[in-house]
Structures are given as C-alpha cells and as structure tokens.
Write a protein that binds this ligand. Structure first.
Ligand SMILES: *Cc1c(COP(=O)(O)O)cnc(C)c1O
Length: 225
C-alpha cells in the first residue's frame, strides 16, 4: 500500500517543482497514471491515494480493470488502436489519445454515434519521422485535424506525442517544444490538451507546456513485460 502512495507523493512534488519553475499552476497539468500490466488491486491503491486518471494501452486488458474500478477513474486509451476494436474502445474509454488515421477516426465516430455520445479524442502525432512509431506523420497532421473536426461524434481536444529520448535536457526540451508548436497550430477550439511526457522526461514536458503527463513506472514500479 505504502509504495504507490509514496511514489505518487514524489511525482506530485516533482510536478509542483516543474510547474513552479515554469510559472505554471500545478492544476494546469493532469497526471495520468499509466496502468498497463498493473493488476486492478494495485490500481485501486492509486485510486485511494487520490489518482483520478488512468492510461491503458490495450482494449482487452483494460476491459476487466474498467469493469472492476469503473467510475472511480477516468480512462484514457494511449496505445495504438486497431480499427476492429474501435467500438469497444468508444464504449469503455473516456478519451482516446491515439487517433492516427482517417479510417480509425471514422470507425470511432460511427461507434460513438451508435452509443449516443461525443467521444473526446486526441490525435497522436509522429513529429520526429521515426518509422517504427505510431502516430500520424507530421505532413498529414493538418488534414487529419480537419477530418476529425468534421466528425460530429468526436470532440478533438488536442495532441498526444512521444518524442524519442534525448541524452540531455536541452535536446529533450527542444523535442517537446516542437510538439508544442504543432499543437499551437490547431484551431483554438481543438486545443485544450497537449499530452506529452513520461516517467523519464515529464519535468521537461511540463516546462514546454504539457497539460497531461502519462506516468507509469514512476508510480507503479518497473513493468514485468
Ligand atoms: C507505457 C506508456 C507510458 C508510460 O511510460 P513510463 O515510462 O512507464 O512512464 C506513457 N505513454 C505511453 C503511450 C505508453 O505506452
């Protein structure tokens, strides 16, 4: 019990320091506890320690946990989503952060429509030309933004990005700054959230304007797989 609570305390303190240095209020940055591979009982410890937002990578894995924990958390899908799982995802998650193609957006829109809801989404952008990475390549971002904005059952709220690790703070910040600049190019109504920063680099992401940080190992410890 104590371990997750202590980890959360440390992360919250670091968020507070990073916000203070950046002249931001701590409530401008939402902590998303990334609970992939973490069993429901341990997620409940985080709920009890005050965590409200959770990130999961796989629909199937998340399904049982969401059934168990349900409304006590808000659930964000942060992993790559296959189109044939779009309907499940739309029903289960409060936000899908990993929209990266027209066809996926259209599937999610159809599913959200059938469920009678307007689903908050982020577009995941691959801003650094990494071939192995998910996310829409930057040259196609603008067209995808327009497409998602035209779908009536999706609500585009911003961008998610995963910059490659850098070996120094200045380079790391530059990468987050590139994401921030892309985010700034979105229409104002679709620019509430910028999801960037993980356990290894979230202070730099906060310095460059993240509104959501996605933290796994710093809260739950090293993953088994
Ligand atoms: C696993 C994961 C994280 C969390 O990574 P940590 O290094 O454990 O903090 C954040 N975002 C995405 C998209 C992930 O897949």
């Amino acid at each position: 019990m104590g371990e997750i609570r202590d980890n959360l305390l440390r992360v919250r303190e670091a968020i507070g320091r990073a916000c203070e240095r950046a002249g931001r209020r701590a409530d401008e940055v939402r902590l998303i506890a990334v609970s992939k591979t973490v069993p429901a009982e341990r997620i409940l410890e985080a709920v009890e320690a005050g965590c409200e937002d959770f990130g999961e990578n796989y629909v199937q894995e998340a399904e049982a946990k969401i059934a168990h924990i349900g409304q006590r958390g808000r659930w964000h899908l942060i992993g790559h989503l296959q189109r044939n799982k779009a309907a499940r995802a739309a029903a289960l998650f409060d936000m899908v952060q990993s929209v990266d193609s027209d066809r996926l957006a259209e599937r999610l829109n159809g599913a959200a429509g059938e469920a009678g809801l307007r689903l908050p989404v982020l577009i995941e952008v691959n801003a650094f030309g990494e071939e192995s990475k998910t996310g829409v390549p930057e040259p196609q971002l603008r067209a995808l933004v327009e497409r998602v904005r035209s779908l009536e059952h999706l609500k585009l709220e911003g961008l998610m990005g995963i910059p490659p690790p850098a070996d120094n703070e200045a380079d790391q910040r530059r990468r987050f700054r590139d994401l921030y600049t892309l985010w700034q190019s979105l229409p104002a109504e679709s620019r509430q959230e910028l999801s960037m920063g993980m356990s290894a680099d979230y202070p730099a992401a906060i310095a460059e304007g993240a509104t959501m940080i996605r933290i796994g190992t710093a809260i739950f410890g090293a993953r088994q797989r």
